[in-house]
Design a protein around this ligand. Structure first.
Ligand SMILES: [Zn+2]
Length: 91
């Protein structure tokens, strides 16, 4: 079993590598299609990263806790779930 945090790290690395490839290709060719691909990549990446969830409480591992009544999500993963305290480096 891969831990949720490792999954996140792999997904984030893939996301960055693919993103760099798109940006380099975009700068080189200036293709409109690549501009669309670039935005699709940002939306897709954000979507995929929030799909990785705590195995205990099903909250996305990018959840950073609450600021007042607002739930905070950010592009990095905690070692412990900010909702239930589950260790996300296990498994
Ligand atoms: Zn949790």
């Amino acid at each position: 079993m891969t831990s949720p945090r490792k999954k996140f790290v792999y997904a984030a690395c893939t996301f960055i590598v693919v993103g760099l490839a798109i940006v380099v290709a975009l700068v080189e060719t200036q293709e409109t299609a690549l501009t669309i691909a670039f935005f699709a990549w940002i939306m897709g990446g954000a979507f995929l990263l929030t799909r990785i969830r705590c195995p205990n409480c099903d909250v996305p591992i990018v959840y950073q806790g609450k600021l007042g009544s607002i739930s905070i999500y950010a592009g990095f993963a905690r070692k412990k779930c900010q909702n239930c305290g589950e260790d996300l480096t296990e498994g």
